[in-house]
Ligand binder design. Structure first.
Ligand code: ZN
Length: 462
């Protein structure tokens, strides 16, 4: 643990500081990513760093398929023929507003053991942490399997480049029997957290057109229906506005009793932090009074967010006009086991059927990513995780489903159905990936690195 700590302080933190400065926004948020060169700079930084801290026998390549974001591919030979696949990504979410005074997305700041800036926790730390874990094992002379790290640059855009790389690298990846994913979350910073599931996601644009051009609202209202009201009515088909529950059973999935029991345990351990970790305005309450229900809501239930709009001027510019159209960006999270493609088709049906007043209603689906549900963990993995958590945190491992989506996990789950999965991460309370004031909890990341090392060692001994 001391060598891991030291390596983090001396080698990893300086590299992450450099990495945070690079606005390596995912292609979805930087259409000109090839020209702007930031993704290239991030992958080069990681590649150079790995070369400078190369492990015994390690090979590294930045793999490039025509027109696609690059992948950093690392192979570390091991003491057995079995393979551990480690996953992370280097592309980032966009800036977002609301950063605290003195902080900013591309301004690395360390404050009270937290490294602030975009992408440090999601998910820049992963490649450095993985190499550090393997380095610790090599230094201690502990055996490990052959390890390959696959670090992509398209995750925040839905990993659409990944299937092609999985195909192209198939023989070099081999057949992993353990997948370590380092892009997930933790319920607190006091113990190791294993992710049991991820939600899926469908997003897309709902547009409601009522007029060829805007007209005086005093003249037209009462004759012409407001496009906003029609959009509200369409959303009401999908979601009960008073509870937030999604009405259509096609978007729901049964929840296994084991997952319900784990949600209860997580609720006991986390308490009100489950909702207090969010920056509620004073007086605002969570969506449910039962903590375990909140855990299940965010991991196993479909939920809608409207994430953008078009056709609405800002208030200062808004005249008394009956506007010609309203466009809303919808983001529907899905239970882990619901097919995203089927959900996208269903969403289109629900929204476009029988448009009120014959308005021109369209739903164009964007991203559709199916979630992931972990296969049952075998006993060596369960005990390795529990022991490493007790050793490095002094508390047992906890299990919880996560609300976010990592499309890669569904792809891997389908490609390697026999593999075991250890999906974990540093996205804990207030770390705010995707929002302002994102931070990496350095102490937690160090202990997590130590646990990853233990699990890879236990895998070799199993
Ligand atoms: Zn991520």
């Amino acid at each position: 643990m001391t060598s891991i700590r030291q390596f983090w302080d001396e080698a990893i933190v300086p590299a992450l500081i450099e990495y945070i400065r690079i606005p390596a926004k995912s292609p979805h948020f930087d259409r000109d990513w090839q020209k702007s060169g930031h993704i290239e700079a991030a992958v080069q930084l990681a590649a150079r760093w790995c070369q400078a801290h190369a492990l015994r026998g390690m090979t590294l390549e930045v793999v490039r398929l025509e027109g696609r974001t690059p992948v950093l591919f690392i192979e570390v030979p091991g003491n057995s023929q079995s393979t551990v696949l480690i996953y992370g990504h280097l592309d980032k979410q966009p800036e977002m507003s609301g950063w605290r005074e003195g902080l900013g997305p591309w301004t690395p700041v360390i404050e009270q053991g937290r490294l602030y800036g975009r992408g440090g926790a999601d998910d820049g730390y992963a490649v450095f942490s993985a190499l550090c874990a393997l380095k610790a094992l090599q230094e201690q002379g502990r055996p490990h399997a052959r390890c390959v790290a696959l670090i992509e640059c398209c995750e925040e855009s839905g990993s659409y480049d990944l299937p092609a790389y999985l195909e192209a690298l198939s023989s070099r990846i081999g057949k992993p029997d353990l997948v370590v994913g380092l892009d997930s979350g933790c319920g607190n910073y006091e113990q190791l957290w294993g992710t049991t599931s991820l939600r899926g996601l469908v997003n897309g644009v709902l547009s409601v057109e009522v007029l060829a051009e805007g007209v005086h609202s005093g003249d037209a209202s009462g004759v012409v229906a407001s496009s906003f009201r029609i959009a509200r009515a369409l959303l009401e088909r999908l979601e009960d506005a008073s509870t937030g529950m999604i009405r259509d059973q096609a978007f729901h999935a049964p929840i296994a009793p084991e997952r319900v029991a784990q949600a209860k345990r997580a609720a006991e351990v986390l308490g009100e932090e489950i909702w207090r970790k969010f920056p509620f305005v004073p007086g605002m309450r969570p969506m449910h009074g039962e903590l375990a229900e909140l855990v299940l809501n965010r991991s196993w239930r479909p939920m809608l967010a409207v994430t953008g709009a078009e056709g609405l001027p800002p208030p200062a510019n808004a005249g008394n006009v009956l506007r010609p159209k309203t466009e809303l960006m919808l983001s529907l999270r899905l239970p882990p086991t619901v097919s995203a493609d089927a959900a996208a088709r269903r969403l289109k049906q629900v929204l476009e059927a029988d448009p009120p007043y014959g308005a021109r209603v369209r739903f164009e689906a964007g991203q559709a990513a199916t979630g992931w549900h972990a296969p049952p963990s075998v006993s060596w993995l369960q005990s390795a995780l529990d022991e490493s958590s007790k050793k490095h945190f002094g508390k047992p491992v906890m299990w919880m489903g996560e609300g976010g989506t990592i499309p890669f996990m569904a792809m891997l789950g389908a490609k390697f159905p026999a593999a075991q999965f250890f999906i974990t991460g540093v996205l804990g309370p207030h770390s705010n990936a995707h929002g302002p004031n994102e931070f990496l909890h350095l102490e937690y990341a160090q202990r997590l690195t130590a646990c990853v090392a233990e699990v890879i060692a236990a895998h070799a001994q199993r």
